[in-house]
Design a protein around this ligand. Structure first.
Ligand SMILES: [Zn+2]
Length: 126
């Protein structure tokens, strides 16, 4: 922060400030092929979670954030958007969780996986 009488940022207050595109965290790291595979698998899993849990009144996923140590609540769409962002189709918004989420309507990824696996095992039986 420069509080001296130095030159003003020539783009100060300009919504087209090119720097505004850059000040949202570190530059994105390209994913390795393995990481891409993982994210694609997560997206597929998320879709099955939503199919299975959505009708049960579950609104999304909770994530323990390694960055800020808080728990974040992601609706299905936001979670999918974050995963797609990792693939380079946008930005992650991990610190912009759902607005006023109903905490009881969100489950952890592991819970969603266990529940979905159980339901799929039941429906495939016979
Ligand atoms: Zn966070």
């Amino acid at each position: 922060m420069n509080l001296d009488d130095g030159p003003l940022d020539p783009f100060h207050g300009d919504p087209d400030d090119p720097a505004a595109l850059l000040d949202d965290g570190e530059p994105a790291q390209p994913l390795s092929d393995d990481e891409r595979e993982d994210v694609l698998a997560d997206l597929a899993e998320l879709a099955s979670f939503r199919t299975t849990l959505g009708p049960q009144g579950v609104d999304g996923i909770t994530v323990d954030c390694g960055d800020c140590g808080e728990q974040h609540y992601f609706g299905w769409d936001l979670m999918a958007a974050n995963l797609r962002a990792l693939l380079g189709e946008g930005r992650t918004h991990v610190h912009e969780p759902a607005f006023a989420p109903d905490h009881d309507a969100y489950v952890s990824w592991d819970y969603a996986r266990g529940y979905t696996d159980a339901v799929q095992a039941l429906t495939k039986r016979g």
